[in-house]
Design a protein around this ligand. Structure first.
Ligand code: ATP
Ligand code: MG
Length: 464
């Protein structure tokens, strides 16, 4: 059965840059400039898709470097963008990679992982598309298991050659309908059935050792997995679990994996996004002597991928020409100009993130969906304790975080985590056992709890 589908729909998100920024605003405070840049980059993917093919191939992505101190939202922007993009996305730490020939991951694994992610994405969509059909088939198979005599002894009633069901078949069909109804009403949920399940082809971890073996093992498992498709084994499970299992099996059977892979590879090539975090950690051109892996070497390895080359993956060759790279780094010590010139040229867009202000801190505490304030409130609400933060309380928390950042080390918004944890330690400990179920966090409370620690610089170095 083949489903009607557009030829390789790319589903590039069609949000306008303004809408993308608005979406990002819901999770990341401030950083307008950076948001605008990534929004434009994302929109350009969509614009490129609208071009005639000859021109489309000419338009190269404009890669971006986000520069900013630690904890101001670089990774957060990338993470949220990924959700928005509906495109294959991967976040990697540049510092994890090493020059070819050294222990560690080689840079091509970025593209292999990205492709893997795309296959997962596309497969999930295909599975979703066939879900209804699969649910029907799964249900029928489960009924076969629950009514074993029917299928083995006389086949399906509907298959009757002359179309008029025999009385026996009719009553069987009636039983089946009754059972189906009971199944749907959940009346069989407690029953157990025996289901055949496939076992995984190869045990995990047979050859993996430290370092680069992981890749090899994955490839081996894929190869061997294909040769030995796994033994079948009977397992007893509850009816709902069996239904889920059979439905999944049916769905896997219906979808066309070749099609999934083709689509995924196109998606990676045309819309993939790689977020290269900690790029500053590989900046620096001097070849360090000794056992250190050369940073320049990693940059040189990255170059072909960023410039556009072909990487072999288990899903076939993947061209990297149009993959968008967003790099980020604090660049405390190294500067973007410390990157090798070829790589610098490949990241024409630079955007600096702002240091966060007290106002930003207050907003970060309160505004994003899963803000810290809401997290603590929800956690304590599970025990019937309500936490109320007054405006001056929030200001005081923000001011404290800022002060500690100044006095010790600036770790940006991450400071809010340590400050909040310390501030709410007593409340968290007491929980429902506290005499007072309604706790008001105002400026006085914050001062009372934190001032001692903040004043003592040595102490705050350890605690906050
Ligand atoms: N602008 C912001 N808006 C909302 N939350 C933020 C913002 N900046 C930081 N945060 C919070 O701080 C945490 C750390 O931020 P993030 O991981 O983005 O830092 P970073 O800029 O990538 O730092 P690093 O250079 O250390 O990687 C986030 O998980 C988020 O909760
Ligand atoms: Mg980060």
């Amino acid at each position: 059965m083949k489903l009607e589908r557009d030829a390789h729909p790319l589903n590039v998100n069609s949000l306008t840059p303004r809408q993308i920024v608005q979406e990002l605003d819901r999770y990341v405070i401030g950083q307008r400039e950076a948001k605008r840049m990534v929004a434009i980059a994302l929109r350009n993917r969509w614009r490129r898709q609208q071009l005639p093919p000859e021109l489309r191939d000419e338009v190269m992505p404009k890669n971006i470097i986000m520069i900013g101190p630690t904890g101001v939202g670089k990774t957060e922007i990338a993470r949220r963008l990924a959700k928005l993009a509906e495109a294959p996305f991967i976040k990697v730490e540049a510092s994890k990679f090493t020059e070819v020939g050294y222990v560690g991951r080689d840079v091509e694994s970025i593209i292999r992982d990205l492709t893997e992610a795309a296959v997962g994405l596309v497969k999930a969509r295909h599975l979703e598309e066939v879900r209804q059909k699969a649910e029907q088939l799964g249900e029928e198979r489960l009924l076969d298991l629950l009514l074993p005599s029917q299928k083995s002894s006389m086949g399906f009633a509907a298959d009757d050659p002359d179309g008029t069901p025999s009385p026996a078949a009719e009553s069987l069909e009636a039983t089946r309908s009754k059972l189906r109804l009971q199944l749907r009403e959940g009346k069989l949920d407690h029953r157990l059935v025996e289901v055949e399940v496939k076992e995984r082809g190869l045990p995990v971890g047979i050859i993996s050792g430290p370092g680069g073996m992981e890749e090899l093992e994955n490839n081996l498992r894929d190869m061997l997995g294909g040769m030995f498709p796994g033994k079948k084994k009977k397992r007893t499970m509850k009816v709902p679990d069996a239904l889920k299992h059979l439905t999944q099996e049916e769905a896997q059977r219906i979808i066309d994996m070749d099609e999934v892979v083709r689509e995924a590879v196109t998606k990676v090539e045309q819309t993939g996004i790689v977020f290269l975090d900690e790029i500053d950690k590989i900046a620096g051109r001097e070849r360090s002597a000794g056992p250190d892996v050369s940073r320049e070497g990693v940059q040189r390895d990255l170059l072909p991928i960023v410039e556009g080359s072909t990487v072999n993956t288990k899903y076939g060759p993947v061209h990297t020409d149009h993959i968008l790279f967003i790099a980020a780094g604090a660049f405390h010590v190294a500067k973007p100009s410390d990157l090798i010139p070829e790589l610098q040229g490949r990241f024409p867009i630079r955007v600096e993130l702002d240091a966060l202000t007290k106002d930003d801190f207050v907003k970060i505490l309160t505004e994003p969906r899963g803000s810290l304030m809401r997290q603590y409130q929800s956690l304590l609400a599970t025990e019937g304790v309500t936490l109320e933060f007054t405006p001056d309380g929030l200001e005081e928390i923000a001011a404290t975080a800022l002060q500690v950042n100044d006095q010790t080390e600036n770790i940006g918004a991450r400071r809010l985590f340590t400050v909040m944890e310390r501030l709410l330690e007593q409340v968290s400990f007491d929980g429902a056992e506290a005499a007072d179920r309604h706790v008001v966090i105002d400026a006085a409370y914050v001062k009372d709890r934190l001032q001692g620690v903040v004043k003592d610089q040595d102490l705050s170095r350890y605690i906050l």
